[in-house]
Ligand binder design. Structure first.
Ligand code: SF4
Length: 248
């Protein structure tokens, strides 16, 4: 997630993002409203732990802020829905995407998502106009999923992998799948084998291995050494893997 340099209530940046370049961020939900509570979250512990989609922030207010920025500033490389919670929880996301694609057709749109709501076919349709979707998949067993991501009850790994596979088949833009490597939690031999099978099914354009860059919510969590990331990347080949953990 991003360095939150807010310039208005709901937008921040543009900032130089490791993965996205020059990105204007849109914070779609109140601070730490999320369906997960990840050990590596740099925004702190989740305060509203929910899977409920609703209009957490006035949709027109978000549209007005983005419109205002794009109308009188140099266009950012992309407008990115992300922030300090899970953006797909906002029920107005589809309307905002549609509006921006109509009013600023050449503006690139990106979505960061933890993937937990992608089983909702209606939501998948809402996000199809985005140019880039960056979903996360940090676990391939429910035990590890609970340890690393602490999901809301009722969400499981198989459902997320099925939803990502469905999205990938429907989507015409670029999907870059992020896998956060937590040493000692999701890096066992069997995890890597299961990741390879799941990612082959999902078939993203890129697989991005990430690791801890700033302090998360678990004190003992350490960044993955580069040797560990390189070893996992080699074992995931010929999938299109890259290591983004050390990128500036
Ligand atoms: S998905 Fe995880 S990293 Fe992202 S905001 Fe939620 S708790 Fe933080």
């Amino acid at each position: 997630m991003y360095d939150m340099r807010k310039i208005r209530n709901h937008i921040y940046g543009p900032i130089r993002s490791r993965r996205l370049g020059n990105s204007l961020g849109v914070d779609m939900v109140p601070h730490k409203t999320c369906s997960l509570d990840c050990v590596y979250c740099e925004c702190g512990a989740t305060t509203v732990h929910t899977i409920e989609r609703r209009e957490y922030i006035d949709t027109d207010a978000v549209i007005n802020e983005i419109d205002g920025y794009l109308s009188d500033s140099p266009p950012p490389g992309c407008v990115t829905f992300g922030g300090s919670g899970e953006p797909t929880l906002h029920s107005g996301l589809g309307r905002i995407i549609k509006h921006l694609k109509e009013r600023f057709p050449s503006q690139k749109l990106a979505l960061l998502t933890n993937s937990t709501l992608l089983g909702d076919r209606g939501l998948r349709e809402e996000i199809l106009p985005c140019d880039l979707i960056l979903p996360s998949l940090d676990a391939v067993t429910d035990k590890v999923f609970r340890e690393i991501n602490a999901p809301v009850a009722g969400i499981d790994c198989a459902g997320i992998i099925n939803a990502l596979t469905a999205l990938s088949a429907e989507y015409r833009g670029q999907m870059w799948l992020e896998v956060f490597i937590a040493p000692g939690i999701n890096d066992s031999d069997s995890d890597v084998v299961l990741f390879k099978e799941a990612i082959a099914r999902i078939n993203p354009a890129r697989v991005q291995l990430n690791s801890l860059a700033r302090k998360g919510t678990r004190e003992t969590l350490a960044p993955a050494p580069i040797e560990l990331l390189e070893g996992i990347a080699r074992r995931l080949e010929p999938l299109p893997v890259e290591i983004v953990a050390m990128m500036k």
